[in-house]
Design a protein around this ligand. Structure first.
Ligand code: GUN
Length: 284
């Protein structure tokens, strides 16, 4: 079997088709949607991600501001900025790019964002709402992954879904969404014994552990749907995912490539969450 390639660029384009119209309608109502992105430090990967987010906003007619700080900025300065943005009517979404430098208390920073502007869905109140099955904002990466399933008509009900990685950004919310879609979910992590035992049972396999080409063909059940959330840089400078794409794509039913799979969808769902935040504000 040769896998169907789940094309993130194509799906992103399809979903973004009406974003500009939604932004125009809001702008005409005096509510131009706005996103503020805070970046602390000079990590090159984070800089690229933030630039891509800001550019995507521009293309969709969403106002965006990047607020950059040097790596040694004190937490108080960032918290004060967040308070200012919480009160700013031009801003509907606030995102603090992670990871933050070690001297930061990341939880305290995320909790400082108003839950109604928390377009990443990382605030404890929004995590709780998601867990209760009543989400306000769904974290962008797992939200994008769910769109792949919906678009490709991939049934989740009753399926064995295995998530590799237990991060707050991807693994945990991903597991929650799959469970809510009535899959049977297993979450594996660095301490899991016999990981391949679990992955080989998976009808749906989501890899989000940050290890280049970690998932090999021997670990995948023939006919599985494989979603690769990893973005790793190889010594030659090329990007690759957590999945060994070539061999796995020969046995999977469907697979996302890296680049061009989950990445464009993460940004798309950030735009969707920002538009939703502004539409809720406009509807008040
Ligand atoms: N760092 C890696 N992924 C993300 C994300 O989805 N949101 C934020 N804020 N930081 C990240």
């Amino acid at each position: 079997m040769t896998a169907k390639i789940l094309d993130g660029n194509a799906l992103a384009q399809k979903l973004r088709a009406d974003f500009k119209t939604r932004a125009t309608v809001l702008t005409a109502q005096g509510m131009r949607p706005g996103l503020a992105v805070i970046l602390v430090g000079d990590d090159p990967a984070s800089q690229v991600y933030v630039r891509n987010k800001v550019n995507a906003c521009l293309q969709a007619g969403i106002h965006s501001e990047k607020i950059g700080y040097p790596p040694d900025v004190d937490q108080r300065t960032v918290l004060d900025k967040i308070a200012e943005l919480n009160a700013d009517p031009r801003i509907h979404g606030i995102l603090v790019q992670l990871p933050l430098p070690r001297h930061f208390d990341s939880d305290a920073v995320l909790e400082a964002i108003s839950p109604t502007k928390d377009v990443d869905g990382f605030h404890a109140e929004n995590v709780g709402a998601l867990m209760q099955g009543n989400p306000r904002f769904i974290p962008c990466t797992p939200y994008g992954v769910m769109k792949f399933f919906a678009d490709a008509g991939i049934e989740l009900k009753g399926k064995e879904a295995v998530v590799l990685g237990r991060s707050n950004i991807v693994g945990k919310p991903m597991a929650m969404l799959l469970m809510q879609a009535s899959a049977t979910v297993t979450v594996c992590h660095s301490q899991t014994r016999d990981l391949a035992f679990h992955t080989r049972r998976a009808d749906i396999l989501v890899a989000a552990l940050g290890k280049a080409k970690f998932v090999t063909a021997e670990m995948v059940k023939p006919g599985a749907v494989v979603i690769d959330v990893g973005i790793n840089r190889l010594p030659d400078g090329k990007l690759c995912g957590d999945v060994d794409f070539g061999p796995v794509s020969e046995i999977a039913a469907a697979i996302t490539p890296v680049p061009g799979g989950v990445g464009p969808m993460t940004i798309t769902m950030l735009l969707a969450n920002t538009l939703e935040a502004a539409e809720r504000e406009a509807g008040r």
